[in-house]
Design a protein around this ligand. Structure first.
Ligand SMILES: [Zn+2]
Length: 356
């Protein structure tokens, strides 16, 4: 790939990954890779610079082994400090899915965080107070993405309703590397939630009799709530139930969302249960990167220039969490509406309020 040099002020999109396999997929999805800039002494991020469509994009990955919300916050702060024209960000990668009858999630499917009422699209599941009887009450909410990204979500969904999607095309460019091929991931098996993994690196010893019977589905894009936090997920379905339905988990998202106005684009690499392993990670990383590229493709560069930068955006300079009493009240219930067009299925989740 021929590299060119672009001025630091011309970069307007931040793209954050947590894992090297996510970074590799992001690098492969670039239309053009730019030359590196001189490294600042106090900047511990290492950037990949490039172009996607009309946008100059800064890609940064969390340091190896330093996953979690604090590491993510630090990476975002350094991007904001160095790239003064950044308008918004995307958190792109892989996460554990929460399968349900309504969501019909499959491995390799993509989830995009979508706000509803006081939800910003991402909920921190481990922030709150434990009350008498062990009842846990969440006490904060995370920022809503900037309007330009929400407009982009509308247009993206509209395009999908019309059968227009480039995800398969974008995926084909990553497939030059066999590691990312769907065929390398193996079978998509969801075991019943009461059936624990039989010890071993894969599920070869687990009983297929305990698998949930499901139809094979193509790449699907879902819109809804993503749960984030630092605590180990011990009971996927209980957390989802307490939050009135979530689509997936992404540990680092809560660390970025309030300091880095952004959307989360996550592909499902496991089902956040005892059976999880890494076999689906490369393919899932590829589908997430392809979907993020398609999201950027519906945002004209002029539209980006009209929005405020992250530095000047009022809603990005506040505290990490808004601890307000009104945030305790309503969380989302969900009802699903699903449309299949060509190679891409759209799972549009419509949210309604309930009190918890
Ligand atoms: Zn297993």
């Amino acid at each position: 790939m021929k590299r060119s040099r672009v001025h630091i002020k011309d970069y307007t999109i931040g793209w954050v990954c947590a894992l090297p396999i996510e970074l590799a997929a992001a690098q492969e999805i670039l239309d053009k890779e730019h030359s590196d800039l001189q490294q600042d002494r106090n900047d511990t991020n290492l950037y990949t610079l490039g172009r996607i469509g009309e946008h100059n994009v800064v890609i940064a990955c969390l340091p190896t082994g330093q996953t979690g919300t604090n590491s993510a916050t630090s990476v975002a702060a350094q991007i904001r400090s160095k790239f003064v024209s950044i308008q918004f960000g995307l958190i792109v990668g892989i996460g554990g899915g929460v399968p349900s009858v309504k969501s019909k999630l499959r491995l390799g499917n993509v989830v995009i965080s979508q706000p509803y009422i006081q939800h910003g699209g991402v909920v921190q599941y481990d922030l709150g107070k434990t009350r008498a009887g062990g009842y846990f009450t969440r006490t904060g909410s995370l920022n809503t993405p900037p309007t330009v990204l929400l407009s982009a979500l509308s247009k993206l969904q509209s395009n999908h309703h019309r059968g227009r999607s480039s995800i398969s095309t974008y995926l084909s460019s990553i497939y030059r590397l066999p590691k990312f091929l769907r065929n390398g991931a193996g079978s998509d098996i969801l075991f019943k939630s009461t059936y624990n993994h039989i010890e071993g690196p894969t599920c070869d010893r687990c009983s297929r009799d305990r698998a949930v019977a499901r139809a094979v589905r193509k790449v699907t894009v879902h819109y809804g709530t993503i749960a984030s936090g630092n605590q180990v997920i011990k009971d996927r379905d209980r957390i989802s139930s307490e939050l009135s339905g979530i689509l997936c988990f992404k540990m680092e998202a809560a660390g970025l969302i309030n300091s880095f106005p952004c959307l989360v684009v996550q592909a499902i690499c496991d089902y956040a249960d005892s059976h999880k392993n890494k076999r689906w990670q490369p393919y899932a990383a590829a589908t997430a990167a392809a979907c993020a590229k398609e999201l950027l493709s519906v945002i004209p560069s002029a539209k980006v220039a009209e929005t405020s930068t992250m530095r000047s955006s009022k809603d990005t300079t506040g505290a990490q969490i808004k601890n307000t009493s009104e945030n305790k009240g309503n969380f989302a219930n969900q009802a699903g509406q699903q449309i299949t067009q060509g190679d891409v299925t759209i799972n549009q989740r419509v949210f309604q309020c309930s009190t918890y």
